[in-house]
Design a protein around this ligand. Structure first.
Ligand code: FE2
Ligand code: FE2
Length: 327
């Protein structure tokens, strides 16, 4: 077949042609696996909003050379100029070779599809959704029965990244147990990358497990770093049912009161706590933020003197905190 390019993977008839070619190059067992990877990928596309046509095209082709004899695989590794590490290493080379055939002999230029085929065994750092879906569909399609596959399936249906991470981690452990000394760099980097992704995800979702005291301290620190003065955190939990902590701070003028409120709102939101309501206009010189468990009051010195809120809470304990100084 000549080198062609720019073929449309969204063209159903062309995909049928590819499918026919793959089927004619595989045993019934391997073809059955391929069909199952395709349907697993379709299912995951629906769950996670993946690109169905991309995933299906990659899934159809991913194992096309899996059953070629070793010498033929080696010849293809040389033909496409791949690294020597792929010689006599069919497990690692079959994805790379399939990707090159799909690109150069079937004219599929879409990088996402090519990468999904190329990295279907190893994974890699920075995988796209298409790559993740094909990678994990290959690992969990219904006829797969290896040790631990159920846990990987469960993780995948809860969270695509967690499923991929579990599969990569199990692969690395399994290879180590088998005494394999060489583990592909892409697999190791992919595992690290997913660990980072999932950490971020967890932080975002759980807001770092901070309690109302942590948030009150963070609000005070934020105010302090932005030049607010006379910051006091009252522990009002015992005296009042309205909140656990009440924070008072003075801003230089009306404008700075507004700016301080914005800072606190942004900083606490970064840690997962969203303000319930904000009372008082920016130019009024007194703004109150209600977070449910904590209340933040920022006032000008003039307003603070006039309303003397301190007096209301004078018999409450205050929370001591470390003044770090202005930014
Ligand atoms: Fe494979
Ligand atoms: Fe496969």
């Amino acid at each position: 077949m000549d080198c062609i390019s720019n073929k449309d993977y969204r063209d159903k008839n062309y995909r049928k042609e590819i499918e026919k070619y793959v089927k004619s190059h595989l045993s019934d067992k391997r073809w059955n696996h391929t069909v199952n990877v395709v349907s697993e990928a379709e299912k995951l596309c629906q769950m996670y909003g993946g690109d169905m046509e991309k995933c299906v095209t990659a899934a159809i082709f991913h194992d096309v050379v899996k059953e070629l004899p070793n010498e033929e695989l080696n010849a293809l590794v040389r033909k496409f100029g791949f690294d020597e590490k792929y010689i006599d290493s069919p497990n690692l080379s079959h994805g790379k070779i399939a990707a090159a055939l799909l690109k150069h002999e079937w004219g599929i230029d879409d990088e996402d599809i090519i990468n999904a085929v190329s990295y279907h065994t190893t994974g890699r750092a920075g995988m796209s959704k298409t790559e993740k879906i094909v990678f994990i569909a290959d690992a969990i399609e219904p006829t797969r029965v290896y040790n631990g596959v159920e846990a990987i399936r469960k993780a995948t249906y809860e969270d695509l990244d967690r499923g991929c991470l579990k599969s990569l981690t199990d692969t690395v452990e399994h290879l180590k147990e088998k005494g394999v000394s060489y583990i592909d760099e892409d697999t190791l980097r992919a595992r690290e990358w997913f660990e980072e992704q999932i950490d971020d995800f967890r932080k975002e979702r759980d807001g770092n497990h901070m309690n109302s005291k942590d948030y009150a301290l963070l609000a005070a620190e934020t105010l302090d770093s932005k030049k607010a003065e006379d910051i006091i955190i009252f522990d009002i939990a015992e005296k009042s049912s309205i909140a656990d902590y009440l924070i008072l701070a003075t801003g230089l003028n009306e404008r700075s009161v507004g700016a301080l409120i914005d800072e606190v709102e942004d900083r606490l939101a970064q840690e997962g706590l969203l303000v319930k309501s904000i009372e008082g206009k920016k130019e009024s010189g007194w703004i109150l933020m209600d977070y449910g468990d904590i209340i933040v009051n920022v006032l000008t010195a003039e307003k603070r003197d006039r309303y003397n809120i301190e007096k209301v809470w004078a018999d409450c304990n205050t929370l001591s905190w470390e003044v770090k100084g202005n930014e």
